[in-house]
Design a protein. Structure first.
Lengths: 221, 221
DNA sequence: CAACTATTCAATAGATTACTTGAATAGTGA
DNA sequence: TCACTATTCAAGTAATCTATTGAATAGTTG
């Protein structure tokens, strides 16, 4: 094998990872999987893709080692293969945020109240929780919460929020988080809570980033 | 704009970054550019692509914000837009190394002496240099060296190595580095130096990684 | 064993990508 | 202005990718 050949083959392999991350639907699947192990059916449902299509995307992610899977009975459960995949996703998201004007525009257009929702940093949050000053609110669906969440977090999915406001204390600070930095669940939760007179903030990043950052987590067995 | 629409559009934007990194030739160009500003012609030459093809790849990299360019006279010089791009590349390379069996196999097959060439870590190297124990050898071409190199590094491109062995001290430890972790220049330099009886090691990572890591650098004005 | 379920496979059409070729543009120097 | 150079643009072809459809596989349940 010549030098040139080696180099080209090596870069072609690196490019496989890029290719796996070159489709929006696959990235969305990847983010859902990052919340915890998921079956093909669940992933198809949340992503809005057909099962067959979902399966094919998952196999592409698997062939590049970004996700792994295990079979249990009829179902096949997919999971992120390694934390470095979440870090890679974070790096990609970061570059997109900082260098693509389109991302900025999208966030500006959709999350109009963005600037009012100051995010809360990880270390700062742990301190406030320790001091009993803060209620941490996980607004993801119950299954995602069950698969892993921040210590002591209260789980009220966004669509159930209105009915469970009595579980929250007026005057007590609330910090909401969801799947990731751009997950709209937390943005919306904060906006709605503020409407109701609560003191609410958004946690910068979501559960996967928190976990990869080496911060403590809890899960329901 | 609906929630679903927002999410899909956002992920589609993230996917643009993945797509930009989904081609081996583009990644190779990116690594060359990471050594310092380059004109289209130079990049076409080192990559072995036609000028038109190179230009088109560069424009894709530019449209996704991974590289930037400036025009000076007839020439257009491309550079990496931001350090976070080098970090993203590093994350991608890392995931590829750790999850693609093919990468392992390639490195094993081509760099047969790989295991004998223990890499030297950044901090460790700085110490040894400070103590005057080490000669740092940059085996990249002169232009790349001129655009930026490790402090006090001696520049002998690989193809000139045989003729400049007298500049190196027998018994003095030599640490060689080149473009990046998989650049074969340093591997080969170390192998050749050892044949000649020198004590040589390879620096883990290359110049871009060193620079992004916040370590000191020098350049020729 | 037969009916059923979750997932994967295979074939297809339409869209996208990579590379080549040759022309167009913009800047330089005589 | 004219010849020259570096780069970009535009058109065309072959290859690849995405999503859809319907069938095949593998495991479960009665």
């Amino acid at each position: 094998m010549s030098k040139i050949n080696f180099k080209q083959q090596l870069f072609a392999q690196f490019a496989r990872i890029g290719k796996a991350m070159s489709n929006g639907n696959r990235l969305e699947l990847l983010e859902f999987i990052a919340q915890g192990e998921r079956s093909v059916e669940e992933l198809a449902k949340v992503s809005g893709l057909t099962v067959a299509n979902t399966s094919q995307h998952l196999q592409q992610l698997r062939q590049t080692g970004l996700v792994a899977c295990r079979k249990e009975g009829l179902k096949v459960y997919y999971r992120i293969s390694d934390n470095d995949v979440i870090e890679l996703f974070g790096a990609l998201r970061g570059v997109a945020e900082r260098h693509l004007a389109e991302v900025d525009q999208l966030v500006q257009t959709y999350l109009t109240t963005k600037d009012n929702l100051e995010p809360v940093a990880h270390a700062e949050l742990l301190e406030r929780v320790r001091d009993g000053l803060v209620t941490v609110l996980d607004v993801r669906p119950h299954e995602e919460y069950a698969a892993g969440h921040l210590p002591g977090a209260l789980n009220i999915p966004l669509n159930e929020l209105e009915g469970h406001l009595d579980e929250l204390e007026q005057g007590h600070e609330i910090v909401a988080y969801c799947r990731g930095p751009h997950c709209i669940l937390a943005f919306e939760a904060v906006a709605r809570l503020r409407e109701k007179g609560f003191t609410a903030h958004r946690l910068e990043d979501g559960y996967p980033e928190w976990m990869v950052g080496g911060m403590p987590t809890e899960k329901i067995q």
